[in-house]
Design a protein around this ligand. Structure first.
Ligand code: IVH
Length: 673
């Protein structure tokens, strides 16, 4: 970079900050990014470099400060200017009618001209926070605390890309809003899965995961958690032409650039409200975030003042809570499964029972502490719920149903698969089999290697992996690349044709993109997303192998944990030997940025709705033909593949006039017709 004067640097810093804010908004608020992740990362890197060179230009609200670095001490108390109240709950139509009746009476007394209409919003199960903006800049963020005094979590909340550092003008001079920080169900499940693999305690539900992530001493940790926020209430606003209804308030929040849940209704008739509530309750499992009910708010804000509050809750609002979906069943057995990294996970085998629409026959018990804490025994009757609406989980046992024959569980201190010692390291919740050649670990590593998100070897699932390992043909992933048709066709339930297919699929995986290869290696702390970041940055496997800690840490989204793990992994003699064998056997991941050529070369696809095959599979087909799949529709999108029950992406495609195609048409494009 050429030498800049302080003034030139200041101008460029301002420009970079504006650009980054703008692209954050395109990405997170509008779902419509204009630049690639790599280009975005480059902007942040340039800004970081300038701030290093000119420390006087660093400000606490700079986007570079969002990925943390600073370690904040325990949280300082923040007295709330207006209390963050909680709500009374109702559960059915009777409660709804009573609530509306009460508001109607109060209004007749206090404000007879105010219309009896309510805004209905999803009630998100997360962590309630207050965000304060002064002069349009994010000034402070606090948890709800006891409603009157919260904790200062400003540094942590700055790491949420969802929270704008500056409001879009015209905005009030001073503004305090309330919102809910949450984790989407899928993100919660993935986070817990990683934690289980890494021997860390798991979160019970998305709410705990969100709260635990915000209330961290180290903002770096928060920065790596997939947190989102929706704002829903103006607590304090100083300025002109402020909204007078809740509906307008939500629109104003949106206009100032704050994220607001697009799902909301304005209703006058109790029947219509009940219909909305029932509809939401029926759809709750399709909603990507944890929704535990709905909130009804009287629309007229001035009437809020007149109606006032009781000790704990406002008289103008109520929460309609959905019933927690639970099922009761019996624990038939507790088995141990051994994962890719050797972690022993106790698994409850249950008498099958239907819960929230699916049959549940097993539930992970996570680790020995979890079983001990809940005192889960074989033979116990247990209450099940779905964490994050997806993962069945034992909530508690029913001790009153015990007959005295239940067997307490003891975690084995040897691996049940290979008999090697299973040790629990200090500070870890997990016990691990120490034998990396343990057949269970080998099998899991192979399954992971072949999986869709990784090397995507079609047909190589758990059962075939089992047969290959059993027959002694494969003991690590490099062995896959010297299998022959003759060897494979001799396996049980295999024939010439299926053997040929498998060999062809394995062959096709030799030149998968680098990010898939990196993810497939199963390096600790390197998930699919981190693998992409590394691949984009380094472009070749050689470069990643040689990367130093400093080089890795210079990448904005790479923290010390990931950097250390990558360096350690590539320095191990076993890794070097494995990579050498893979190379010898013709596995050469394609350099990033050099997409494979094919009929879909350079075309950008977005997939929406349910298709006849899993989405990852369709994505794989598109990528192998040279195309790219992105998460949101923008002007750069060439085609939107539409399945059943398409989401808002289809709507967006229609608005932008982007061609929408079905599966048949996609097949045709894939064939190059
Ligand atoms: S309004 C006085 N709106 O649910 C206004 N709350 O007890 C009170 N929540 O702790 C809050 N989504 O954290 C409101 N759209 C929404 C909400 C919401 C989730 C939480 C909030 C509060 C609890 C209600």
């Amino acid at each position: 970079m050429k030498e800049l004067s302080l003034e030139e640097a200041r101008a460029r810093v301002e420009e970079l900050r504006r650009l980054i804010e703008y692209h954050n908004e395109r990405y997170y608020l509008l779902d419509d990014p204009e630049i690639s992740d790599a280009e975005y990362d480059q902007l942040v890197a340039e800004l970081r470099e300038l701030e290093e060179t000119f420390p006087e230009l660093k400000t606490p609200d700079s986007p570079t400060q969002r990925v943390g670095g600073a370690v904040s001490p325990a949280f300082a108390p923040v007295p709330h200017e207006r209390p963050l109240l909680s709500l009374d709950n109702i559960h059915d139509e009777k409660g709804l009618l009573q609530f509306i009746g009460r508001v109607k009476r109060l209004l007749q007394e206090e404000a007879p001209h105010v219309p009896l209409e309510f805004v209905l919003e999803p009630k998100i199960d997360g962590l309630s926070v207050a965000l304060e903006y002064r002069g349009g800049r994010f000034y402070r963020g606090a948890t709800r605390g006891d409603g009157y005094v919260g904790e200062d979590v400003t540094a942590n909340l700055r790491t949420l890309k969802d929270i704008p550092q500056r409001l879009r003008p015209p905005h009030p001079e001073r503004l305090i809003v309330r919102g809910e920080v949450f984790m989407q169900n899928q993100d919660f499940v993935a986070l817990n899965q990683r934690r289980e693999e890494e021997g860390l305690p798991v979160f019970a539900n998305p709410r705990n995961a969100a709260a635990g992530s915000v209330r961290q001493n180290d903002p770096q940790v928060t920065a790596h958690r997939p947190l989102k926020i929706f704002c829903y209430e103006i607590l304090v606003a100083e300025g002109e032409s402020l909204p007078t209804t809740q509906w307008e308030a939500l629109e104003a929040l949106e206009a100032w650039g704050l994220p607001v849940n697009p799902e909301r209704y304005l209703e006058r008739e109790p029947e219509a409200m009940m219909k909305r509530l029932q509809d939401w309750q029926g759809r709750r499992h399709q909603i990507p975030y944890p929704m535990d009910g709905a909130v009804l708010k009287l629309n007229d804000l001035r009437a809020h003042e007149l109606l006032g509050t009781t000790q704990h809750s406002p008289r103008w609002s109520v929460a309609f809570k959905f019933p927690a979906e639970q099922a009761i069943t019996q624990v038939e057995d507790i088995r141990i499964s051994v994962g890719r990294t050797g972690v022993l996970t106790p698994l409850a085998i249950l008498t099958p029972v239907v819960l929230a629409g699916t049959t549940v026959a097993r539930a992970s018990l996570h680790n020995e502490d979890y079983v001990a804490e809940k005192d889960i025994r074989v033979g116990d009757w247990v209450v099940l719920e779905k964490a994050g609406d997806i993962i069945p989980q034992v909530v508690r046992v029913l001790p009153e149903r015990r007959i005295g024959k239940e067997k307490p569980f003891k975690m084995p201190d040897h691996c049940p698969v290979c008999g090697a010692l299973a040790v629990r390291e200090e500070g870890e919740a997990a016990r691990r089999c120490i034998n990396t050649a343990c057949p269970a670990q080998v099998r899991q590593r192979l399954i992971h290697w072949a999986s869709r998100g990784a090397m995507d070897i079609d047909g190589l699932g758990p059962s075939l992996v089992e047969r290959l390992v059993e027959a002694g043909l494969v003991s690590d992933v490099s062995d896959l690349y010297r299998l022959t048709v003759d060897q494979v066709k001799e396996l049980p339930r295999m024939g010439e044709r299926s053997a040929q297919n498998l060999i062809r699929q394995i062959d096709a995986s030799r030149r998968r993109p680098l990010h898939r290869f990196l993810y497939a290696l199963g390096i600790r702390h390197v998930g699919a997303r981190m693998a992409q970041i590394l691949a984009q940055h380094f472009a070749t496997l050689d470069a990643i192998e040689k990367a130093t800690l400093e080089e890795l840490l210079a990448i904005p989204t790479v923290g010390p944990m990931v950097a250390q793990s990558v360096v350690t992994y590539f320095s191990q003699p076993e890794t070097r030997a494995l990579l050498r064998r893979l190379r010898e056997r013709g596995v050469h991941p394609a350099e990033e940025g050099k997409a494979p050529t094919g009929p879909l070369q350079g075309k950008v696809f977005v997939i929406t709705g349910t298709l006849s095959r899993p989405r990852a599979e369709i994505q794989g087909l598109i990528e192998r033909a040279g195309g790219k799949v992105t998460g949101s529709v923008s002007r750069n999108t060439d085609y939107v593949v539409v399945g059943e029950n398409p989401g808002q992406k289809a709507q967006r495609a229609r608005e932008l006039g982007i061609p929408m195609i079905g599966e048949e048409e996609l097949e045709r494009l894939l064939r190059g017709d």
